[in-house]
Design a binder for this molecule. Structure first.
Ligand code: 5GP
Length: 119
């Protein structure tokens, strides 16, 4: 997937669209999903221009990848999901129904989340 610099998360990163920030570091922004599917629904995105999980894991620097991984535990702590648990989802490509072409990890929690996939 090629990176479209006009995508909605690129606009959030450029400050053109507001967001409810949960956590931020040099390489990562985490913010509330606009259409939450659970009491807690946070999106973690890299600040770099990576279209999806494969692009990110192939092309992001080790520093960016480390910062992204570290941000997961920070977000989980801030959202108080440590004891109850959560689900992390990275929709990718056509079968994964990825809508926004900027890599993002959904963090969902705050209630039992049911089966992993509804077929
Ligand atoms: P995807 O289907 O690509 O994995 O998920 C995209 C997510 O981005 C959806 O859960 C959707 O609600 C969220 N989203 C789309 N536009 C915006 C926006 O402008 N702001 C925020 N905070 N979330 C958005």
């Amino acid at each position: 997937m090629t990176y479209d610099s006009e995508n909605i998360f690129a606009k959030i990163l450029q400050g053109e669209i507001p967001n409810k920030t949960i956590y931020e570091n040099e390489h990562v922004l985490a913010f509330e999903d606009i259409n939450p599917q659970a009491p807690v629904h946070i999106l973690i995105i890299p600040k770099g221009p990576y279209a999806d999980m494969v692009d990110f894991s192939t092309n992001a620097s080790e520093e960016e990848q480390a910062a992204f991984t570290k941000s997961i535990s920070e977000v989980v702590k801030i959202a108080q999901l440590e004891s109850t648990g959560f689900r992390a989802i990275a929709n990718t490509g056509t079968d994964g129904l990825q809508e926004v072409p900027h890599y993002h990890l959904h963090i969902l929690g705050g209630r039992p989340l049911g089966p992993m996939v509804n077929l």
